[in-house]
Ligand binder design. Structure first.
Ligand code: GDP
Ligand code: ZN
Length: 304
């Protein structure tokens, strides 16, 4: 019997390029498109596909998502990845990293209900190690684990450190260019380069082989283990966050929320604001409160 026509397949989206997607259905690769002009599908989505040939199909429906990460507005597709359980932010001793980008990624992950871990790569560059550890201290103090690795200097140790963290998890790796994200992916995903070539051939991405988000399954680490590699540093879209979600995404605000004079306090200039008092007392880092104010401003701008 032919496996085409109206038969539906359950699959996971493993790569996206415009409106073209590559899905995995129990090891079978399916090239698929959405109906009409919809681009509401993300890498990591579990979907139902109606096959139009043995390896092609149309996405009929998307299963309910556990989590969803958004990109900033400058990208055509607003969806970065679905069903991720854990976000790794890769930083390095050199070149320097942006606190703003790291903090925005933390907010995006908190709002989506995703666990965050920081990876400090290039610990073999000892000149800047102490300074970088110091810069990461505020994040560690907020409860975000920092894992030190060296993809080039100590590859075996790096794999040994990261492998247990990946087991059973759907992870996504992000980082500014130059931090060593590709080096880490190549260590963690044995055939990453072959997989990328297969995917770009299937999606017909031409020379732009590194400009799409892709999911690698990691069967050796147990069922459900996967890792998503996303090109460049993803500027997260935070515009969808309500004011309530935003204040809760700053984990260190939690003890003070509900203690302000006004029940609808925005923690900016209000009198007797418990959050502002904590900033004054040094219990909340001023840098974080400033970012909170910026994000609040950005999200209110998009209402008009
Ligand atoms: P990406 O832009 O984040 O994907 O970074 P790459 O993996 O391409 O690495 C950027 C540069 O840093 C390359 O020249 C790598 O060889 C180098 N690099 C990656 N990991 C390490 C490391 O652990 N130690 C050192 N010293 N260099 C590294
Ligand atoms: Zn307040």
């Amino acid at each position: 019997t032919s496996n085409t026509g109206n038969s539906a397949s359950h699959a996971t989206i493993i790569a996206a390029h415009g409106r073209h997607y590559l899905a995995d259905a129990d090891g079978l690769r399916l090239q698929c498109v959405t109906r009409g002009k919809k681009t509401n599908v993300a890498v990591g989505d579990r979907v139902r596909i109606t096959l139009t040939s043995s390896d092609q199909g149309v996405i009929d429906s998307i299963d309910e998502r556990d989590t969803l990460l958004y990109r900033s507005d400058q990208y055509k597709s607003k969806l970065l990845a679905a069903n991720v359980s854990q976000l790794f932010i890769v930083v390095a001793t050199e070149p320097g990293f942006s606190d703003d980008l790291v903090s925005r990624a933390l907010v995006a992950a908190e709002a989506a209900g995703i666990t965050v871990r920081l990876i400090l790569n290039k610990t073999d560059v000892t000149e800047s190690l102490a300074k970088t550890r110091e810069r990461l201290q505020p994040y560690a103090a907020l409860g975000y684990p920092v894992h030190e690795v060296s993809a080039k200097g100590r590859p075996e140790d790096t794999v040994a450190t990261l492998t247990p963290l990946l087991a059973g998890q759907s992870s996504i790796l992000i980082g500014q260019s130059g931090m060593g994200k590709s080096s880490l992916i190549n260590l963690l995903v044995p055939d990453a380069d072959i997989a990328v070539r297969e995917i770009s051939a299937a999606l017909d991405t031409g020379k732009h082989t590194t400009t799409f988000t892709r999911l690698y399954q990691l069967p050796a680490l147990g069922a459900g283990s996967s890792i998503i590699d996303s090109p460049g540093f993803q500027e997260f879209g935070l515009y969808h966050l309500s004011e309530g979600m935003l204040e809760r995404a700053f984990v260190e605000f939690a003890p003070y929320l509900g203690h302000c004079k006004f029940y609808n306090c925005r923690h900016l200039t209000e009198p007797q604001c418990a959050v502002l008092a904590a900033v004054e007392e040094g219990k909340i880092a001023r840098m974080r409160h400033t970012l909170y104010g910026q994000l609040l401003h950005e999200s209110s701008q998009t209402l008009y």
